[in-house]
Design a protein around this ligand. Structure first.
Ligand code: SF4
Length: 369
């Protein structure tokens, strides 16, 4: 069995896979909602090892990919201002906006800096009071606590030259929107372990009950993913629809209360447009009114931007699991990691990038028994 010898415990991996093949009697569809998990599944060829006909459906789990185009265009309009130092994680720099990307802006002279934490951006604001320092605060529930901490710290320091351009997204509303689509073929979910380490899994319980889907909180190692798929398939075969936790070494049902408290202090829930998917109610976080002074969108008042996706990119269908990268006519030809037309080909967590890195030309549908 290819790749299994590379697992932390190859014997256990073989055992889990054998059990999965003995358990599955139907071509089940299981969606992972984490770009990191997508990359591991594809890199390790786990989806090709599944029982015949069974498919992993790759969901909207890449935070870079779902950041709305309007936010990126706004980021670039702010970053282009001469008084601004624009700080971001490195994976946002090559994501294409309507006309350009942050890397090209930097090459043209804009002060765009890569940081490894929002607290780095706070430190820059402290050290360079003559600069307006803006941090691009995007991502799922995983990155929100650190961004909240940056806002709290900046307020404590009394920094008037620090702000956040916020575009956080929340996983449960996206899962609900996918399930509400009458064309949805997903029968079970793997919930991302890092999101649940922060938020716990209580939010998933009403989703599992209402839509009658098993949800398995799953870790990130290949063996975690194999076991997560097995736990989902066991439920499907037995007609159970519960939230269960494969990632017990890191996740508790209530999550991390201190991290949640940080988020509750600084942010509030808002409607959010997901790139490639569209507007989803109550699916994002924005700064609470008490922190409005740190809102870069208000501070710089950027308006009148006209955002438009590249016409050849089917990222929306990729992000909802309706299509695969190999269905895209631009995949591997006009669109490559060096010449990306859409965010899923840029990001380290994008599905198109995962397929391209693995040299895929077709989507696997499991192995013969
Ligand atoms: S291959 Fe490129 S153009 Fe096609 S969906 Fe992916 S990112 Fe978009």
């Amino acid at each position: 069995m290819r790749y299994l010898d590379e697992y932390r415990d190859p014997e256990l991996a073989r055992h889990v896979l054998d059990r999965l093949r003995r358990t599955a009697t139907r071509p089940w569809r299981v969606m992972e909602v984490c770009g990191g998990q997508t990359h591991t599944l594809v890199r390790q060829g786990i989806d090709a090892l599944l029982p015949a006909g069974m498919r992993m459906v790759h969901g909207p789990g890449c935070p870079v990919c779902v950041t709305p185009l309007e936010t990126l265009d706004r980021a670039m309009a702010i970053a282009a201002r001469p008084e601004v130092t624009f700080a971001s994680f490195g994976d946002m720099l090559r994501v294409p906006g309507t006309r350009t990307d942050l890397l090209a802006l930097r090459a043209g002279g804009a002060d765009v800096r890569v940081v490894y934490s929002p607290m780095d951006a706070v430190r820059i604001a402290e050290a360079e009071p003559e600069r307006e320092v803006v941090f691009l605060a995007v991502g799922f529930e995983t990155t929100a606590p650190a961004n909240a901490m940056a806002a709290l710290h900046a307020r404590r320091l009394g920094l008037a030259n620090f702000s956040l351009l916020v575009s956080h997204v929340l996983v449960p509303p996206a899962m609900t929107a996918l399930l509400a689509d009458p064309d949805c073929e997903v029968q079970a979910f793997l919930a991302a372990g890092h999101v649940c380490a922060v938020m716990g899994w209580r939010q998933y319980e009403p989703i599992a009950a209402r839509w009658r889907v098993p949800i398995v909180v799953t870790g990130f190692e290949p063996l975690d993913l194999l076991e997560g798929v097995l736990m989902a398939v066991e439920q499907l075969e037995e007609g159970r629809t519960e939230v269960v936790n494969q990632y017990a070494r890191a996740v508790q049902r209530a999550g991390n209360r201190r991290a949640q408290h940080l988020v509750e202090q600084v942010f509030r829930i808002t409607d959010r447009t997901w790139r490639g998917i569209g507007p989803l109610p109550a699916s994002g976080l924005e700064l609470a009114p008490e922190y409005a002074a740190f809102d870069a969108a208000r501070r710089f008042g950027v308006s009148g931007l006209r955002s438009a996706e590249h016409r050849g990119c089917i990222a929306g269908a990729i992000l909802t699991g309706a299509r695969e990268p190999t269905d895209c006519t631009a995949y591997g030809t006009r669109c490559t990691p060096r010449t990306p037309l859409g965010a899923p080909m840029v990001s380290a967590e994008g599905t198109c990038a995962a397929y391209h890195a693995a040299g895929r030309t077709a989507t696997p549908t499991g192995s013969p028994p």
